[in-house]
Design a protein around this ligand. Sequence first.
Ligand SMILES: [Fe+2]
Length: 235
Amino acid sequence: MQIKQFPYKHETLGVLFGYLLYSGNEGLLIDPNSPDEIETFCRKNNLTIKTMSNTHLHHDHIIGNEHFISKGINYISPVNTDDMEEIAVGNEKVQIIKVPGHSADSVAFYCKDILVSGDTIFNGTIGNCFTGDYSEYFKSLSKVISLPENTEIYPGHDLMDYAVGVIREIDPENPETDKYLMKVKTGQISSTIEMELQVNPFVRWDDQSLDSFRAKLDLPISTPLERFKAMMSVH
Ligand SMILES: [Fe+2]
């Protein structure tokens, strides 16, 4: 499976990303933004978009939906999916993982070493918990970080600068932060689960090196869920 990241400069939300997962000459389009760029890429690479879907239905993730639906492309709404459902792309399969928390309809798309994560997890941070159900978001993030460590995470937005600023405040002595910045590929925003477990303070509920910071918050921190919730108080 191959992946193409399509950056899109949003008026107020900075850079957001659409993706094309492709295998053979078939593609699965996720969170489409700029139709021209996507169609040019498909033409140049002899790819046919077979299916389109979204990581969730927030307005900034469905910008190109209407364009591609009007072209008759098969559309799968995240609302109408089941956990572990598979979508065929060429001779391969992409798995849908239900990850409610940022929104009730959030899903991630997983195939071998690739995870398209929407707003569930970004590089160095995670999304807002708009559902208010922290326990559900915790379960969803637990599913994500239990995928193979070399899985590359492709997020819905480029929040690197913001995330690194927060990491340096929360965890200033972390020697992995500079390495993380160097490893993130130029021209493509992505990182691995292994890297997130070293730097992202919102998925490191089992990492004792954050305990002294968490203790200062004066919140219960005896269980992994409590440690997650404590970190979310400074998200
Ligand atoms: Fe969102």
